[in-house]
Design a protein around this ligand. Structure first.
Ligand code: PGA
Length: 247
């Protein structure tokens, strides 16, 4: 049985006040994990605030080297040193705006794993790819790029977030059927590549998740939780999403 997760991706939003507000008012769901990804600037403070709890914290991005002349970047080891446990990798905003190619994503993924963090690999097709019936090909390409860079594929220490690009920040979430269909395809893909790990790996859905659509989405067999962007900045709404996942 996979424990569901509700993850907050604050993107380039938030403040120390928001971190403190979350620490005071987040209602920890009994049957689900909660992960929060603030900016790198707020990660240390947020991790300290949640240190005595089992809320997980992580970075939205790391660079694919451990140190050196990479102005403006942070490394997976630095994130681990803060006491954070997770890192997103391959978010579509990074792929589209910051040049995170499949190859760069694979290198970052490896560094995140090597640092002992749990990578949350984001994959998802563009609208064009979906309309050309290439949605699964795109997702499979993104998964394979990471798998090929591993010495031994290990799925049990990672999570995957399926985030169709056309659903991110648009207010138009994938229907439960579309999300379930792709998440099942991702699980089948893992099943073909691993020895019995596909039932253990948590596959989250992301893209315009809100309090109003969380219950229908989480009822799907292969949706093991959410990566929530915009709606995660409002702790009341985030609590409602956690409640939907918990029940
Ligand atoms: P959204 O973002 O919930 O605002 O659509 C999700 C994400 O980008 O992770």
């Amino acid at each position: 049985m996979r424990k569901p997760v509700v993850a907050a991706n604050w993107k380039m939003n938030g403040s120390l006040e928001l971190c403190e507000h979350f620490a005071r008012t987040l209602v920890r769901p009994e049957n689900a994990d909660v992960w929060i990804f603030p900016t790198a600037l707020h990660l240390g403070s947020l991790t300290d605030l949640f240190r005595e709890s089992d809320i997980g914290t992580g970075a939205q991005n790391v660079w694919c080297e451990l140190d050196g002349a990479f102005t403006g970047e942070v490394s997976a080891n630095m994130v681990a040193t803060l006491g954070a446990e997770l890192a997103l990798v391959g978010h579509s905003e990074r792929r589209a705006m910051f040049g995170d190619s499949d190859e760069v994503v694979a290198r970052k993924f490896k560094k995140i794993s090597d640092a002992g963090l749990v990578p949350v690999l984001c994959v998802g097709e563009t609208l064009e790819e979906r309309e050309s019936d290439l949605a699964f090909e795109a997702v499979q390409r993104q998964l394979s790029a990471v798998e090929e860079a591993w010495d031994h594929p290990v799925y049990s220490h990672q999570a995957i977030a399926y985030e169709p690009v056309w659903a991110i920040g648009t207010g138009k979430a994938a229907t439960a059927e579309i999300a379930q269909e792709m998440q099942a395809l991702i699980r089948d893909h893992i099943d073909r590549r691993s020895t019995g790990e596909s039932q253990a790996v948590r596959i989250l859905y992301g893209g315009s998740v809100k309090a109003t659509n969380a219950s229908e989405l989480i009822a799907q067999k292969d949706i093991d939780g959410f990566l929530v962007g915009g709606a995660s900045l409002d702790v009341d709404e985030f609590n409602q999403i956690c409640e939907a996942v918990n029940s």
